[in-house]
Ligand binder design. Sequence first.
Ligand SMILES: Cc1ncc(C[n+]2csc(CCOP(=O)(O)OP(=O)(O)O)c2C)c(N)n1
Ligand SMILES: [Mg+2]
Length: 570
Amino acid sequence: MTRMTPSEAFVETLVANEVEYVFGIVGSAFMDALDIFEPAGIKFVSVAHEQGAGHMADGYSRVTGRHGVCIGQNGPGVTNFVTSIAAAYWAHSPVVCITPETGSNTMGLGGFQETEQLPIFSKITKYQADIRRADRIAEQMSRAFDLSIAERGPVQVNIPRDQFYGEIDVEIPRPQRIERAAGGPESLQTAADLLAKAKFPVILAGGGIVMGDGSEALLELAEFLKAPVCTTYLHNDAFPANHDLWLGPLGYQGSKAAMKTIARADVVLALGTRLGPFGTLPQHDIDYWPTDAKIIQVDINHRVLGLVKKIDVAVQGDAGLAAGDILARLRNLQLECHGNADARLAEVKSQKDAWEAELDRWGQQDGSPIAPRRVLRELEKAMPENAMVTTDIGNICSVSNSYLRFNQPNSFFAAMSFGNCGYAFPTAIGCKFGAPDRPAVAYVGDGAWGISFNELLTCVREDIPVTAVVFNNGQWGAEKKNQVDFYADRYIGTNLKNPSWAGIAEAFGANGIRVDQADQIGDALRQATSSDRCTVLEIMCTEELGDPFRRDALKKPRRLLDKYKDFTVD
Ligand SMILES: Cc1ncc(C[n+]2csc(CCOP(=O)(O)OP(=O)(O)O)c2C)c(N)n1
Ligand SMILES: [Mg+2]
C-alpha cells in the first residue's frame, strides 16, 4: 500500500493501463487529476464537443485494440457523451468514459450541473464503476478497464467530484487479461464434421475476426477449404479484398457476388458475428439468406448465438482461435468440397466478374456535378493502400460499402448499428492518434458534416492531418430518398443550403479543396492524404440517390382525417 491522493491513484490507474491519450473538454470537476496528466505521460486532447471526444476514443480503441478514454465536466459535459458511447457500444469498442459527478455532499439538492449519471449510460455500457469511496478508486476503475477489454465495449467510471481529494492508502492493480479459447470441443467437432460433408461451404467473416486478430487463421482455413469468404455488414476489412476467395460484404449496399454465393451455400461458417438483423436484410432484391443451409455460428459472446438467425451449431469462442481449431480437425477428415473445388471457384469468379462489371457500368457517368457512384469509384482507385477509412450514415456513405475494399484488417471504421450521423470525422481523428503513420480518411455527407465539422478546431489546434471527404449533394439525401419513395416527393426538412465547405475549412486554418470534375478526384485525394495538414475535400455531387436504408420499415402514408386526405399515398 502506498499513501497518495485519490487524484494520484486515478492517474496511476490510467498509467497502469498504458493510457496515452485522454479525449475531452476541460472542467473543474476533474482538474485536480488533469493537472498531473502531463508528468504521468498522458496527453489530454482538448476537443470541440464531448461527443467528438467519445468518437475519438472509439476510433482510437478500434484501430489499436486498446482502451480509448474520454472525460468531461459533470452534468452537461457528461450528457454530451451519450450518443458517442451508444455508438461505441454497438461498435464493440473498449471505450472508458470517465464521468465526474456533482459533489456527493450536495447531490440531490439541485445545485449546479447535476443529473443522475448512471441511469443515462446503463443500457450502453458493459459495466459502471460508481466510486462512492475515494479509497476504492483504483480498484473499481481497474475493474472497469479490465471488463471493457474482456467484454469488448464501453464502460463508465463515475466519480463524485469531491472524491478526487484527500489521502488514501492504495495498491494500483495490474491489468488483468483473460485468455480466450476456441470453444467447446464437442461443438467444434460438430462444426468440422458438417464442413467436411459440405458440398458448397461459405465462410461469413465478422468483426470478431478483426477484433480477435484472427485474420491469419481465417485465411488458412478458407484456403484449405477453398471456401469463398463473405464479410458481414460494415466489416469489409475482415478478409483481404485482393484474395481470390474474397466476395465482399453482405447487407445494405453490399456485394451481389457475396449475396448470390452465400445463397448457394449448404453450410455457412459464421465467424465472429452476431448476424445482426439489419446486416442480413435482403438487398438488391436478393433474399440471399440460405434458410436451408446448416449454419455454424461462432462468437465470443454466448448471448448472440442463435439470437437473430436460426442456427445448427453454436460455438462460444474466439473467432480466430475457433478457425484454427476447426482447421486442425479438418486436416484429419476427408473433405467433400475438395472434389468440386474447381467448379465452385469458377462460379465464384464469374459472380465477382459480373458484379465488378455492374459497378463499372454504374460508375461510368460523366458530367458536373459528379454522380455519386462515379465519385466513389474514383476515390476507391486513388485510396492509399494502408488507409484507414471511416464512414458516416447517409446515402452516399452507404453506397460506398460496395466500393470500399481493404487488404489488411483494422482499416474500416464505419458508424455501426447505432447509425448516428456525425460519427465518421471525429472517429477518423481518433484512428489517426492510434495509427499516426497511416492515412485517415472520413467519408461524410454534407448533412452529417454539419453535425461534426466543429472538430476541425481540434485538428487545427492539435495538428492532426486527417482527410474529410465531404459529399456535397445539398440534401439530407438518405432521408429525402424516403420522401421520394413514400411521400410523393414532399421534401420536408431534407433540402440543405450549404456554404462553401472548402472555404469554411480554410477559414478554420485547415486545407480546403473543392472538386466538381471526376478526373480531379484521384489527385485531390492523393494531395489530401499526403498533406501534413487536415484537409477537407468537398466533392460536388448530383442529387442521385441509391436504394433507401429502411424500405422494410416504411409504409405508404394513410390519413383518416379529411383535412389531411391529400396526404395519403396509394
Ligand atoms: C444524429 C442523427 N440524426 C438523424 C439521423 C437520420 N438520418 C439518417 S441518414 C440522414 C441523412 C444524411 O444526409 P447526408 O449526411 O447529407 O448524406 P447523404 O444521405 O446526403 O449522402 C439522416 C438525417 C441519423 N441517422 N443520425
Ligand atoms: Mg447530403
